[in-house]
Write a protein that binds this ligand. Structure first.
Ligand SMILES: Cc1cc2nc3c(=O)[nH]c(=O)nc-3n(C[C@H](O)[C@H](O)[C@H](O)COP(=O)(O)O)c2cc1C
Length: 437
């Protein structure tokens, strides 16, 4: 019997105009209304997914490069995923919903109370994807922007503060005894007197304590500091790493070591590896797609350049495709990691065309050179990850019905046949389902 895996869907590019620029996704749906998201959430619940994570960035980015973000809608606009969550909860009964939140945007008391409210409204199905993006800091305060590690320190203080507020109702504080007409015992509410480096506030929290666990904390950071944060704080870590056995085991060991160092158990964290598969009906079709991607035309390269220009906040579309990419075009604000991911091992004198072509190329699941393949081939990969001790995968895509059905229609029955994908949810909300296996 195969090891069951947890499945998540990552709504990449968030609560925004997802279909823009994709002729085949242009169904004239209104991305600002809840219906398209509710339909997707119901599909994912029918498929047995644990959770859906909604990407977010509160900012349109650096003032000088905003046009690059909005012109083709790769980087915005985006609406607030926290406010979309109730609509998805209403459309489903078991699915966990995980909006992305940045500690910069919410004071701990407000955050603790809003998240507690959603946790109760949803039957304990809320998760929070905690990110530490510092680029949006200027929208929340005129103070100097925090550095990378300091933003993680603040996130930890924020989360500790929120948790102390959630725990400010001690066991027995909620009495609800009709005969004595006592609703709650104020003597059992902790005052919570927080004076820290970034926040200063008092409790207790004006919200009910939880019956089925706190909202699940999800984290995506992959730096040493990011993995440390996950080990100490997270219920779910989103992993972006190569999918060979050594890399998967090494990544998991780092998180587990960080958990143990923080006094937790490896069992407390579910690690989901992020994958964007292209599932097709036959090996021949997969071969055809991979072969066609090997020689992208200029129009395809321009589309990739637009997306990269938005993500890297640097205009690559104005550059000559056949001249070496001068790294001086990237400003200070662009992370070295992102530049390295674009350049790969092609060297500084490779032309821009070579870098974009590498991004355009896809590979086959069957030989593990990429992620195009049949449902059977993808199920083989997920099963193999499970054999290496893995907990689950995070599929990456938009919420268009065509994307969801192309990905899931043949895959779900195949995974269920193998016993890898749940057939039923347990009661108790997101935490209970994450811990069910
Ligand atoms: C699967 C996945 C999802 C992510 N989602 C978001 C997101 O919604 N918003 C965001 O600002 N960053 C997101 N990130 C980026 C991370 O939060 C983080 O900024 C990045 O991994 C760099 O952090 P690090 O230096 O610790 O690796 C995501 C990363 C991954 C791998």
């Amino acid at each position: 019997m195969s090891r069951p895996q947890h499945f998540g869907w990552f709504l990449a590019r968030g609560f925004g105009p997802q279909g823009w620029g994709h002729p085949s996704l242009d169904w004239d749906y209104d991305w600002t209304r809840p219906e398209i998201y509710q339909e997707a959430a119901r599909t994912l619940e029918q498929a047995g997914f644990d959770l859906v994570i909604i990407e977010d960035a509160p900012s349109l980015g650096s003032p000088s490069t905003i046009d690059l973000r909005v012109r083709h809608a790769f980087g915005g606009p985006k609406h607030d995923p926290l406010l979309l969550a109730p609509y998805l909860f209403q459309a489903t009964r078991h699915l966990g919903v995980v909006p992305t939140v940045n500690p910069a945007a919410y004071l701990p008391y407000t955050a603790a109370r809003q998240f507690a409210t959603l946790q109760h409204l949803s039957g304990h199905r809320l998760g929070l994807n905690v990110v530490t993006d510092t680029g949006s800091a200027r929208h929340f305060s005129a103070d100097a922007q925090l550095g990378h590690d300091e933003a993680y320190d603040r996130a930890e203080e924020w989360l500790d503060g929120i948790r102390s507020l959630w725990r400010s109702w001690e066991d027995g504080a909620l009495v609800r005894d009709r005969p004595s007409d006592v609703f709650a015992d104020g003597a059992r509410l902790r005052a919570v007197h927080h004076r820290g480096s970034h926040y200063s506030f008092d409790g207790p929290l004006n919200a009910l304590p939880f019956t089925d666990g706190e909202p699940a904390i999800v984290s995506p950071g992959g730096s040493g500091r990011g993995l440390g944060f996950a080990g100490a704080n997270s219920d779910v870590q989103l992993a972006l790493a190569p999918l060979d056995e050594a890399s998967v085991r090494a990544y998991r060991a780092k998180i587990h070591d960080a958990a143990t160092a923080a006094g937790r158990s490896a069992e407390d964290i579910r690690i989901l590896f992020a994958i964007q598969p292209v599932i097709v009906s036959s090996a021949e079709e997969a071969d055809r797609i991979v072969a066609a991607s090997a020689r992208p035309d200029d129009a395809a390269l321009v589309q990739i350049a637009r997306k990269q220009s938005s993500d890297l906040e640097t205009d690559l579309t104005a550059l000559d495709l056949d001249r070496p990419l001068d790294l001086a075009v990237f400003g200070e604000h662009v992370s070295q990691g992102s530049i390295r991911r674009l350049i790969g091992d092609r060297g500084d004198d490779a032309p821009l065309r070579a870098h974009l072509t590498a991004l355009a190329r896809s590979g086959r699941l069957s030989d593990r050179s990429g992620f195009v393949g049949t449902a059977v081939e993808f199920a083989d990969l997920v099963e193999e990850l499970g054999e290496w001790g893995n907990d689950g995968v995070l599929l990456w895509g938009d919420f268009h019905p065509v994307t969801l059905h192309r990905t899931l229609d043949e895959l779900v029955p195949e995974l269920r046949r193998r016993g890898i994908l749940r057939r039923k949810y347990v009661d108790g909300g997101l935490q209970a389902n994450l811990r069910a296996f």
